[in-house]
Design a protein. Sequence first.
Length: 158
Amino acid sequence: MASVSDKVLTNPNAEDCLLPTAITSQNVAASESITHATPDAFAVHSFSKPNASQKASKFKDKIAPIEVKWVDPMTEEEKDLLIDSDDGIRDGVTPESLGKLKPAFKNDGSTLAVSNGAAAVLLTKQSTAKRLSIPILGKCVTSAVISVPPKIMVFRPV
């Protein structure tokens, strides 16, 4: 784990910055009276769309294949593994199947698991892109930053 400045550790206004995302999602669920069934219903709908897209090979040109070394935790054998699809998409997700899962962080919680995505965007000056023969696919016109208190970091429109 990365070291944290004593100024953060001793400042009551900064301590919430150290909360894991899963705990902040629990905080939002509690403050907004979100039951276990509500995120489950959303998850079923959320899983169905990428599942259909992946089955139709719509992600093939969107995911850059990467070969990695992987150690099988059962045999400790090292293998080459090609990552070329999203392995977080599950087929057959239903409210009933989700209802059988144990909450991950609190016995009566609504957070079942932690799943993170990854993406990359390369921003550069137009002159640099031209000099390096990088195709220009878009233009950044403006940007903005907003924030909420850290203890409810995941509170946002869905």
